[in-house]
Design a protein around this ligand. Structure first.
Ligand SMILES: Nc1ncnc2c1ncn2[C@@H]1O[C@H](COP(=O)(O)OP(=O)(O)OP(=O)(O)O)[C@@H](O)[C@H]1O
Ligand SMILES: [Mg+2]
Length: 100
């Protein structure tokens, strides 16, 4: 997920000779809760294509870990992925089979 988001920022956020900053943050947003943020101050998400491969992959990976995805693309792009850390997952063998 990080590779895809950072690659996107490098590829699209700073066209032509534009320069800027890409920030990757990981933090505890609450007990047992983790937030990963990839943020750039580039051109923003003007050309987002619904159903594109990269975000399709990210959506399904976020779903797999029971996380939440938030994309803000007005002033640069900020993508936040929030999920529960490993201590909140049921022990091995105690997990329900994944649906779908
Ligand atoms: N950080 C960003 N800044 C500006 N535009 C972005 C950014 N990230 C994504 N986009 C836009 O959103 C579109 C969709 O991104 P996505 O990763 O889903 O597809 P892609 O990068 O074009 O293709 P792929 O990931 O399959 O190589 C991109 O084509 C680009 O136009
Ligand atoms: Mg991509």
């Amino acid at each position: 997920m990080l590779t895809e988001l950072i690659t996107n920022a490098v590829k699209y956020a700073f066209p032509d000779d534009r320069s800027g900053t890409i920030v990757v943050q990981a933090k505890r947003s609450g007990p047992g809760r983790v937030e990963i943020i990839v943020r750039d101050n580039g051109i923003g998400m003007k050309n987002y294509r619904e159903g594109s491969l990269g975000y399709g992959l990210i959506r399904s990976l976020v779903k797999q870990i029971g996380g939440e995805l938030e994309i803000q693309g007005d002033a640069g792009v900020t993508v936040t992925i929030a999920f529960c850390d490993a201590s909140r997952f049921p022990p091995p063998g105690g997990r329900e089979p994944a649906a779908g």
